[in-house]
Design a protein around this ligand. Structure first.
Ligand SMILES: NC(=O)c1ccc[n+]([C@@H]2O[C@H](COP(=O)([O-])OP(=O)(O)OC[C@H]3O[C@@H](n4cnc5c(N)ncnc54)[C@H](O)[C@@H]3O)[C@@H](O)[C@H]2O)c1
Length: 348
């Protein structure tokens, strides 16, 4: 059975998606709506400017399946989980740099919030078919920073997180196993590599999400920053593929209690991303800047387990993905945040 057919199993199912207003969560909600499932999107509306949610991510608190709320609200989470067949826990303070600047906020969202979601899930293991915890390749640590195809993170590798953000993700993995493994609940853990693709929008003072950064800066005539020379590598996975893999992790029987990388298995350096973006904006300049604290050198995913368990591979490669992003940005220039436009005006 192909992956689309397996996702059809979700038709009629109720699925709580925490962080359902974010980039990944909103794509998951759209895919759930498309297969006839009933998403319950819960989240805060403070990760981006308010116009991003309805006009760029096309998800609105006025939608009947959308609930503006905080995952640390135990009564809310209990109510949503009690009505759900599946939970996708994607809410987090997802900006590595912001977690480093503001550890208390990282702990509140990524630790207290995750515990609240897990407490609710553990209370409803009789009706809940599975919880998927969204983790990150950052749990592996710094990596090799080489375009050498042999530099791969395997799920069995030692984990040496190098940032507060990564620490919270690793704690979430262990706590999911503890809370649900001990109560007979079903769970899966997905370790996303670098998510990109339309409609991603950059966050102020962040260094994550380089495809969106480079495309938006090039569109405004600003130089592209090569932090640490841009020799770091990432395994770029399109957000549509990420959403599909996450839902497959929910419905694939053999994914129960497994931890899966979600990546393409291909390493791309930041310099290569700059070149791909400059293919669309030939006048764009690059500028070397220091490598931020906690910014991993990186490696790509070993995808063996993902392919075996999910019977799935990503569809979008980085060349197509960058082209799709640039075309979307040209059609949707309002996605460029006002603070970035102000920076472009200031240097003009
Ligand atoms: N984008 C990536 O490259 C990447 C890579 C690996 C893992 N991840 C993980 O994927 C998930 C989604 O990330 P994203 O890129 O969509 O980020 P995002 O910031 O777009 O989405 C996260 C959402 O969680 C919400 N949130 C944060 N704290 C909350 C709280 N206390 N209560 C309710 N909602 C809360 C935010 O408002 C935001 O809408 C996160 O768990 C992130 O750590 C992302």
């Amino acid at each position: 059975m192909n992956s689309r057919d397996r996702l059809a199993d979700l038709s009629g199912a109720t699925v709580t998606v925490t962080g359902g207003f974010g980039l990944v969560g909103s794509r998951i909600v759209h895919q759930l709506r498309a297969v006839g499932a009933k998403p319950l999107a819960v989240g805060r509306l403070d990760a981006y400017g308010s116009s991003v949610y309805s006009s760029v991510f096309e998800i609105s608190p006025r939608d009947p399946d959308v609930i503006a709320g905080d995952i640390t609200d135990a009564a809310l989470m209990d109510d949503l989980v009690s009505r759900s067949d599946y939970v996708i826990h994607a809410a987090a303070l997802a900006d590595v740099a912001e977690c480093t600047r503001n550890p208390a906020a990282a702990l509140k969202a990524n630790i207290n919030g995750t515990q609240t979601v897990l407490d609710a899930a553990a209370r409803h293991t009789g009706t809940l078919k599975r919880l998927v915890f969204v983790s990150s390749a950052s749990v592996y640590g710094t990596g090799a920073g080489s375009e050498d195809a042999a530099a791969r993170f395997r799920e069995t590798d030692p984990l040496t997180p190098g940032s507060i953000y990564a620490n919270t993700k690793l704690w979430g993995e262990h706590q999911t196993a503890l809370a649900l493994g001990g109560t007979g609940g079903s769970y899966a853990i997905v370790r996303y590599f670098s998510v990109y693709g339309e409609p991603q929008v950059v966050k102020e003072n962040s260094h994550s999400w380089v495809v969106a950064w480079f495309a938006m800066r090039a569109a405004l005539g600003l130089p592209l920053h090569l932090n640490g020379g841009g020799w770091q590598v990432r395994d770029f996975v399109h957000v549509d593929d990420i959403a599909e893999a996450t839902l497959l992790a929910a419905v694939t029987e053999s994914a129960d209690r497994s931890t899966l990388n979600v990546g393409t298995g291909r390493a791309t350096s930041i310099r290569q991303v700059a070149d791909l973006v400059r293919g669309h904006y030939p006048d764009a300049r690059v500028m070397a800047t220091p490598r931020p604290q906690g910014d991993p050198l990186g490696a790509c995913a070993d995808t063996t387990r993902m392919r075996q368990v999910l019977g799935w591979t990503p569809q979008v490669d980085i060349e197509d993905g960058v082209s799709r992003y640039v075309e979307w940005l040209k059609r949707t220039p309002e996605a460029i945040p006002a603070w970035l436009r102000a920076e472009a005006r200031a240097v003009a």
